[in-house]
Design a protein around this ligand. Structure first.
Ligand SMILES: [Zn+2]
Ligand SMILES: [Zn+2]
Length: 381
C-alpha cells in the first residue's frame, strides 16, 4: 500500500466531520508524503471538488493572503533592501482549532497553521519582489498582524565608519540628548533622540538621517576634544550605528557639511567592541605663570622617557606614553607644544597636572595652563 493510499481514509474521515481548505488539509499530510505543495495535495485529497466551504481551521485566510502581501509591499515601499523575513500574528482561535484536529487525529511532525501562513506570505512576497528570504539575518523584518490587518516593518541597524575634519572653533563634538526622552527617541525629537543639530555629532546625524533615513544614531568616537579644538589632517575616526535605516548605501563616501567635513565613510559590520588604540598628534598653546627661557623648556625632553600616569575620579589609573615632543617659545610666558601621545591622555589636565603625573607644570616647576589645543592627526594603531 502506498503512503498516499494509507492517508486517504484518514483524510476522508476528517473531511466527513470538518470542512477544510486545500491548504489546511494538504498540510496535515504533506510532510509524510514529502510533498512541498500543501495546496495541490489538499486539492487531490478532496478529489478536485470545486466546492469551497468555509475552512474549519483558518476560515479561508489563505484566500486573502494577497491582501496582506499588498500591506507588506506598501510598508516596505520606502526601503531599499535585498533580504527579508516575516513574523505574523493570527487569532489564537485559529491555532486552537488547528490543535484540535492535530490531536484528535494524532497528526505529528506537521507544520502548524501559523507556520504555513508565514511560509505562504514569504513565497508570495519573494515571487513578487525577487528579494531573498533570510531567516537569520535579513535586512528588513515584517510583522504582519492578520488579526487587525496591519503590517509594520523594521530594518536591521547599519554601522558606518568615517573621519571628520573640523575647521571651526566653538563647535562641540557631542550633542545633548533630547530633554524629553533622554536620547531614547520620542515624538518631539522625531525619534532621533536628539532635537538639535549643532555639534559634530548633530551634523553627521542630520546628514545620515537625510541620506539613509533611520531613527537614532549612536556614536563611538576615537578620542575626544574640546569645543574649541580644531581637527585637522585626515581627521578623527568615528563609528556610527543607525537604527532602522531605510536605505543601506551612500552614494558618496565624503561630504562637506556646515562646520565639518566627513570622509572615508564606509559600511562596516559593527562598531568596535573594545576601545581601539590610537595616537593623537596635538598642537597645544601653553601659558605660564612665570618667566620661561629656552633652557627651562629643555626639561620637556624628558617627558617621553617615562609613562604619564592618569588618575580618574573613579579611582581608575592608567598609563599613557608620550611618543614625541617639540616646542616653540613665543614670548616669556607662552609657548607651543607639538606632541604625539597615546590616545586617552587628557591634554588640559596633563598641562595643569591635575591628577596626571608628571604633568607639564610639575616638569617645568611652575603653574602652566593650556589655552587651546588642536589635533593635527589621529592615527588608529
Ligand atoms: Zn484552511
Ligand atoms: Zn526625544
Amino acid at each position: 500500500m502506498s503512503a498516499y493510499q494509507k492517508i486517504t481514509p484518514i483524510a476522508n474521515q476528517i473531511l466527513k466531520k470538518y470542512d477544510l481548505c486545500d491548504h489546511c488539509l494538504g498540510r496535515l499530510f504533506s510532510k509524510q508524503l514529502h510533498l512541498s505543495s500543501n495546496k495541490l495535495l489538499g486539492r487531490k485529497l478532496k478529489k478536485n471538488s470545486k466546492s469551497n466551504p468555509r475552512c474549519y481551521i483558518c476560515k479561508n485566510l489563505f484566500e486573502n493572503l494577497n491582501y496582506f502581501l499588498k500591506l507588506m509591499l506598501d510598508s516596505a515601499s520606502s526601503h531599499s533592501y535585498s533580504s527579508f523575513n516575516v513574523g505574523i500574528t493570527i487569532k489564537p482561535s485559529i491555532i486552537d482549532r488547528d490543535d484540535v484536529i492535530r490531536s484528535k487525529y494524532k497528526l505529528k511532525g506537521i507544520d502548524g497553521v501559523k507556520t504555513d501562513i508565514t511560509k505562504e506570505l514569504v513565497k508570495l512576497f519573494s515571487k513578487k519582489t525577487k528579494k531573498k528570504f533570510d531567516y537569520l539575518d535579513s535586512e528588513i523584518v515584517f510583522t504582519v498582524n492578520l488579526k487587525d490587518e496591519s503590517c509594520s516593518v523594521r530594518s536591521k541597524s547599519l554601522t558606518l565608519s568615517g573621519r571628520y575634519v573640523k575647521h571651526a572653533r566653538d563647535f562641540s563634538q557631542k550633542q545633548k540628548s533630547c530633554s524629553n526622552c533622554a536620547g531614547k527617541g520620542c515624538r518631539i525629537c522625531d525619534f532621533h533622540g536628539i532635537s538639535e543639530y549643532d555639534s559634530v555629532e548633530g551634523e553627521i546625524s542630520q546628514f545620515l538621517f537625510k541620506k539613509l533615513g533611520g531613527t537614532t544614531a549612536k556614536f563611538t568616537w576615537i578620542g575626544g576634544e574640546d569645543k574649541s579644538s580644531l581637527i585637522l589632517g585626515t581627521g578623527r575616526p568615528f563609528f556610527v550605528k543607525i537604527q532602522n535605516p531605510h536605505k543601506r548605501k551612500l552614494r558618496s563616501n565624503s561630504a562637506k557639511l556646515e562646520h565639518i567635513e566627513i570622509s572615508n565613510m564606509k559600511i562596516v559590520s559593527d562598531s568596535p567592541k573594545k576601545p581601539l588604540k590610537f595616537n593623537s598628534l596635538v598642537e597645544a598653546k601653553i601659558s605660564t605663570s612665570s618667566k620661561i627661557d629656552s633652557k627651562l623648556l629643555q626639561k620637556l625632553k624628558i617627558l617621553p622617557k617615562n609613562p604619564i600616569v592618569v588618575y580618574e575620579k573613579s579611582g581608575k589609573r592608567s598609563e599613557k606614553k608620550i611618543l614625541s615632543i617639540k616646542y616653540k617659545k613665543h614670548d616669556d610666558a607662552s609657548f607651543t607644544l607639538f606632541f604625539k601621545f597615546e590616545g586617552g591622555l587628557p591634554v588640559k589636565r596633563f598641562v595643569t597636572g591635575d591628577d596626571v603625573s608628571p604633568g607639564l607644570s610639575q616638569t617645568l616647576g611652575m603653574p602652566c595652563k593650556c589655552v587651546e589645543f588642536d589635533f593635527h592627526d589621529v592615527e588608529v594603531k
